[in-house]
Design a protein around this ligand. Sequence first.
Ligand SMILES: [Zn+2]
Length: 74
Amino acid sequence: MPVPKQRVGHSDQGHRRSNWKATVPALTKCQHCGAVKLPHVLCVECGFYKNRIVSEKFHTHDHGDDHDHDHDHG
Ligand SMILES: [Zn+2]
């Protein structure tokens, strides 16, 4: 028959589970766009992860504004 070694007071009872905290907000910067992101998680801004774009929804080509820079070396 299990018997408690020590009687737990009313405040300790609630204290037991209140001791865990949220994880430390460790943040890194995206190598691709520089946005603050979680480490080991793909960037929510551009879908960049492990040196490449992993999310295809970011892999779009219509940016709308194509800036044509003329570099005439001649
Ligand atoms: Zn990014």
